[in-house]
Design a protein around this ligand. Sequence first.
Ligand SMILES: Nc1ncnc2c1ncn2[C@@H]1O[C@H](COP(=O)(O)OP(=O)(O)OP(=O)(O)O)[C@@H](O)[C@H]1O
Ligand SMILES: [Mg+2]
Length: 105
Amino acid sequence: MTEPSGDVLLEISDLSLEFRTYRGPIKALNGVSLNVRAGEIVGIVGESGCGKSVTMMAATRLLPKGSAHITGGGIRLFGNDPMTLSERELQHVRGRLVSTIIQEP
Ligand SMILES: Nc1ncnc2c1ncn2[C@@H]1O[C@H](COP(=O)(O)OP(=O)(O)OP(=O)(O)O)[C@@H](O)[C@H]1O
Ligand SMILES: [Mg+2]
């Protein structure tokens, strides 16, 4: 696993994601791209249900394993693909390098 380095800390490229439910697939993200560079503050604005939370939960792999499926694009978090990190590596990333403040705790 690589440590934070370089300018772009989080890179989301053309990310598409769906939830596969018993009622069929729910397309939650359709081609989302954004970069967060060191020292930047990035806000994501959009109507309720447009995918803000799902985008960021995908970046830290906090979405339900069974139903959430990336169908296109990818994520680089500190140079790593969060989908390929082990649980141990993810635990190192979460809380130390990246934190989530839950909207409605
Ligand atoms: N676990 C899940 N299973 C199925 N669908 C989900 C799940 N989580 C989110 N969704 C759907 O994904 C879409 C995006 O939801 P998301 O929570 O990212 O919206 P949001 O932009 O954060 O909205 P808000 O401003 O209300 O927080 C919505 O259609 C939502 O219903
Ligand atoms: Mg939200």
